[in-house]
Structures are given as C-alpha cells and as structure tokens.
Write a protein that binds this ligand. Structure first.
Ligand SMILES: Nc1ncnc2c1ncn2[C@@H]1O[C@H](COP(=O)(O)OP(=O)(O)OP(=O)(O)O)[C@@H](O)[C@H]1O
Ligand SMILES: [Mg+2]
Length: 240
C-alpha cells in the first residue's frame, strides 16, 4: 500500500531522514520506534506531503505520489493524525470533525451519519460534541485528532505519538482503538515512543535512529531483541 524508496528529508541544510526505505502492506499495523529527534515525525510529514522529498520516491496504492500535494494525498486515502494533536481549539468537536471531511462533499445528513460513526468509536466525544476543543482533556483531544483524520475515510492512517502525555488508562483505550481500526480494515503506520506497546500490537516495525532505519522485523522480533530492549524498553541486562 505504501512504499518509500531511499527517501531523504531535510530542513534546509539539516538532513533529518536519510535513505529511508520502508513498506506498509494492506491491513497491517506498522510501527516506527526511535528516540527523540530520530526523524519519526519528519518521516510522517514527508509521507503526508507536508514537506518536500529531497530525493527518493514515495508510492501509495501503486502510484508515485512523491510530488502530489498534501490535500490530494488525503483525498486518495492517506490521513495524518499529527504529533501534538493540533485540533482547532476555538472550534467545537462537531466542527473539527466536519473539517476532516471537507473535501468529500457530503450532504448534512451524510456528514452527521459519518460523525455518528466516530462517536460510536469514541463515545466521550459524543457527550462533548458542542464543546470547544480547547476545553477537552488531553486524551479527548487525542481522540478528536484521530477521529478527525478518520473523517477523510483513509485507507492508510498515519498516527504520530498518540500516547504523548496521556495517563496509562487512556493510552490503553487509544491502543485498543488502534487494534479495532485494523480489524475494520484500516492500515496503520504508527509512530510511538511507547515502544513496548507499539511493538506488541504491530505486525511489523522499523527502528529509526538519527535519521537512519537501523532495524526492521516483526513487532514480536523487535520486542524481544536485546538491542531494542536496551535502547527503547528500559531493559538494561538479563532480558528474560
Ligand atoms: N521545523 C524544523 N526545522 C529544523 N529542524 C527540524 C524541524 N523539525 C524537526 N527538526 C529536526 O529534525 C530532526 C528530526 O526531528 P523529528 O521531529 O522528526 O523527530 P522525532 O523522531 O519525531 O522526535 P520526537 O520523538 O521528539 O517527536 C531533529 O534533529 C529536529 O531537531
Ligand atoms: Mg515526533
């Protein structure tokens, strides 16, 4: 479904992602783990078209999208739930969700129907439909960010750090939703610092270190890899 071939991404003179070649297949949850500043968000921005690719190629659904502008990537089925949520804080939950579907040209009834589906997935948002997003808790804002991305009806959902700053119970809820989205047929590329949780649900995963993909494997392989455990799972010795 998604194939990156030697993709380079840079901020002016600073290279943030070097020769990244990664693949996401239909129906998979693929995780990208790595420390602060490794280039994870940059990689997702490149895939979403929010920054230009310096060299290399990105193919989605068999088509080269390297030069396709971001809004057209959304309409082809690629949606990003960005790091830090970035919901429109002075707009209501309902309006944020409507904006997620703006290009689909839905009637009011169709739009309400789609929003109801998001409320089924995230019941907390239903109770808060007319509330300004700025007044939501961090976990609710994260749910809204994911729901807004889903309003574009993506084939591939890019999730950047959905657990960031949230309490363990809410993180578990979010991960349960990610698993249920995969069951519903949505393919997911998940960037996470919670490497243990991401690898536990991932079909496959990549490790990104200072802009380089250094390891790849199934989620389980990386979860049990001594180097990954030492670097990202806080296990320093005698890994069981
Ligand atoms: N707007 C920017 N301008 C210049 N450099 C940037 C910009 N955004 C990120 N960088 C640099 O690019 C590198 C990769 O950053 P990126 O945000 O992709 O990392 P990350 O893996 O998402 O980190 P984190 O886990 O902290 O979110 C870092 O060295 C960072 O300082
Ligand atoms: Mg990031």
């Amino acid at each position: 479904m998604l194939k990156l071939d030697n993709v380079h991404l840079a901020y002016g003179p600073i290279t943030a992602v070097r020769s990244a070649s990664i693949e996401v297949r239909d129906g998979e949850v693929v995780a990208i783990v790595g420390g602060n500043g490794a280039g994870k968000s940059t990689l997702l921005k490149g895939i979403a078209g929010l920054m230009p690719v310096q060299s290399g190629k990105i193919a989605f659904d068999g088509n080269d999208i390297t030069q396709v502008p971001p809004h057209l990537r959304v309409s082809r089925g690629l949606a990003l739930s960005p790091e830090g949520r970035q919901v429109f804080s002075d707009q209501s939950v309902y309006d944020n969700l409507s904006l997620g579907a703006y290009f689909r040209g839905l009637s009011k009834a169709q739009l309400d129907d789609e929003i109801e589906k998001q409320f089924d997935l995230f019941p907390r948002l239903r109770e808060r439909r007319n509330q300004l997003s700025v007044t939501l808790s961090g976990g609710e804002q994260q749910m809204l960010a994911i729901a807004r991305a889903l309003m574009s009806k993506p084939k591939l959902l890019l999730l950047d750090e959905p657990s960031l700053g949230l309490a363990p119970k809410i993180i578990q809820e979010i991960f349960a939703i990610i698993v249920s989205l995969r069951k519903a047929g949505i393919t997911i590329l998940l960037v996470e610092q919670m490497a243990n949780m991401a690898l536990a649900i991932a079909d496959r995963a990549y490790v990104l270190e200072t802009g380089n993909v250094t390891m790849s494997g199934t989620g389980q392989q990386l979860l049990h890899d001594p180097k990954v455990r030492a670097a990202y799972l806080g296990v320093t010795h005698n890994a069981a």
